[in-house]
Every structure is written in C-alpha cells, then in structure tokens.
Ligand binder design. Sequence first.
Ligand SMILES: Nc1nc2c(CCc3ccccc3)c3nc[nH]c3cc2c(=O)[nH]1
Length: 373
Amino acid sequence: MAVKYELIKTCAQTGARLGRLHTPHGVIDTPTFMPVGTQASVKGMSPEELKTLGAQIILSNTYHLFLRPGHELVKEAGGLHRFMNWDRPILTDSGGFQVFSLSEMRKITEEGVQFRSHINGDKLSLTPESATQVQNALGADIIMAFDECPPYPAEYEYVKQSTERTSRWAERCLKAHSRSHDQALFGIVQGGMHADLRKQSALDLTSLDFPGYAMGGLSVGEPKHFMYEMLEETIPYLPGNKPRYLMGVGSPDALIEGSIRGVDMFDCVLPTRIARNGTLMTSQGRMVVRNAKYTNDFGPMDPECSCYACRNYSRAYIRHLIKADEMFGLRLTTIHNLHFLVNLMVQVREAIREDRLGTFREEFFEKYGMADN
Ligand SMILES: Nc1nc2c(CCc3ccccc3)c3nc[nH]c3cc2c(=O)[nH]1
C-alpha cells in the first residue's frame, strides 16, 4: 500500500483527528487543504510559490487533461509530476463530476457517460475503466473512483438508483486499476441528502476495502447544515484508520466544521476563483480589495498575515493592479488566499494537538464573522 494513513491523535474536545498521509511523493499533514490545479496548473502559481506558502499536495482533473492535452501526451512527458514540475503528491478527480458541470449533451448509462467536449464539441465518453486508465496514465499518487454526483435537489428514487450504480462502478474501477503504479484508488461515497442512502453507499464501498474514502455529492448548492448532517450520517461507517476526503469544500467555516466531524482532506476552487475577482479571505472576514475605500489604504491586505503579498504590497497597490487588469494583481491575491487556507489548517492541526479545536472554532468565528464565506 504505497499510500498509508497514520492516525496520530484524536482531539479530546471534538471528533477531529491529527494524521499524516504517506505517499510515494511525500507526506501530507492532515487535516489538510489541497489547492486545485485543474489543467495541471494552480492558476498563476509556480511550484516554488506553492511550496513557499505551504502546499503539501495539489489536485488536478482527469476530465480537463483527457480533453486537453490528452493523457497519452502527459504519459509521454513522464507523467503529471514531470509534466508540471511538481515533485510532491498529486490527487486527480475521476472526471464524472466535471462532465456534468462542464460538458453539453451528456448521456449516462450503466456503461458510463457520453458527452461532447466543452472545448471543440467532439463526442467523447468516460467509463469506470477508461477513467481509471486515464488516471493511471497521468500518474497521480491518489486517484478517484469514477462516480456520478447527483444534482441537488434530486428525487429520492433517482439518488437511490444513481448511488447504487456508483457502487457498481466503484467495483469496476478497482478491477481496472493497474497495480503496476504505486497509486491509491479512493472510493467516493454518494447518497445525496438521504441518511439511509449514505449509509448503504458507505457499507458498499467499505466492503471493497479502498485505501481511502471521499464523500461526494455534497457542496452542490445544498444548505450547509445538510452537508454537516450527511457527514455525521456517513463518517461512523468509514474505517478510522483510513483518510476521509470531503470533495469540493473550502470555505474557512466549512474546513473547521468538517475537521471537527472527522474529515481529513478538503479541496476547493474558491480561494483561487474569488482571488481572480479581487476578493480576499482575511482574519477579519472577506474583503473586496478593488473597493474604492482602499484607494488610499497603504497598509497590508491582512495585518495578521505573513504571506509574500501581505509583507510586501499595500491594499492601494493591489487594488490598482486589479483595476488595471495587471496579471501580477491576481497572482498576489491568489498567493494570499491560498496561504490563508493552508495556514488556517496549520492552526486547526495545532488546536487538535492541544485538544482545543472547539475553542478555536468559537474564536475564529468571532473574528472572521459567521459562516457562508
Ligand atoms: N468525483 C467527484 N468530484 C466532486 C467534486 C470535484 C472535486 C474536485 C477534485 C479535484 C479537482 C477539482 C475538483 C465536487 N466539488 C464540489 N462538490 C463535488 C462533488 C464531487 C463528487 O461527488 N464526485
């Protein structure tokens, strides 16, 4: 098992756990936030900058790389690590979710999904077997089972059928997964917002003994309390000695709430996406730096932040760059937001170590302002 989870301790105040995830390309301290580099690049960031701000693992997407430049080319380049010059761990998503969020004209059958490329309209398909083989070719350390993420809201019967199909697909992925690489294939629990379907999905997948489990079908527009309830309904059925990955979750409050409920891994495009329109996550809550009130503000974006952007540039300068559509402005806001979330997880791990994550949650919410950002 080239990917091994080491449980270090459980927080006495909450259900959070401190762990280390050992992979062929290095160790990840958990709970961890994983920056997303959809097309083999975390937008505007160099590998050196990602390492400086503390990123231990980055994510990429099978769907995008399958469409462009193609997994064969990446394989010919020596795999994703070589291709993007990132020598630390990589996780790739399996593509199903992106088909439904990006492509036109898609059809889902027991076999898999047929769709049109959102780039050139080509008719393409992905199946559990082909999605696994593409990920084997890309060479990420952790790859995801091919699943369907049901839309939200959806009829109970639809979610039931879809979740049962996802369990059958998970078994097909395991069979197709070539063991020649040192890659770990994680299962993805579905079940929508229904506790009985979540439990059944978890039981189906844990019977297949994956090295790690993701919780999918969440962060799809549902109210946050539904997401937390589904975590509480699912996690008791997942093994304690395996990592748990909550897909698509990255707002500060959700990272803390998810960690408290025993989640070990998070990802989200939020920090990089909102950075590109000049919105920053700061210790005092969200800040839109392009706002006129920062025109003559020569202080740092976040006085409590030690990132490269906050140590060297003012709000006025960054506001000017964003308004002038200067690329450097987006790089600085991205550096800050990624550093903010990576650093938040450093503080979460510290709080778990000291059995005070519940207290940290209260203090953080007090300063940051309540949920939904
Ligand atoms: N395979 C899969 N992915 C999801 C993502 C993308 C996470 C991702 C991984 C790697 C790179 C980018 C994005 C979700 N994002 C929000 N909600 C999500 C649900 C699912 C899901 O149910 N299944």
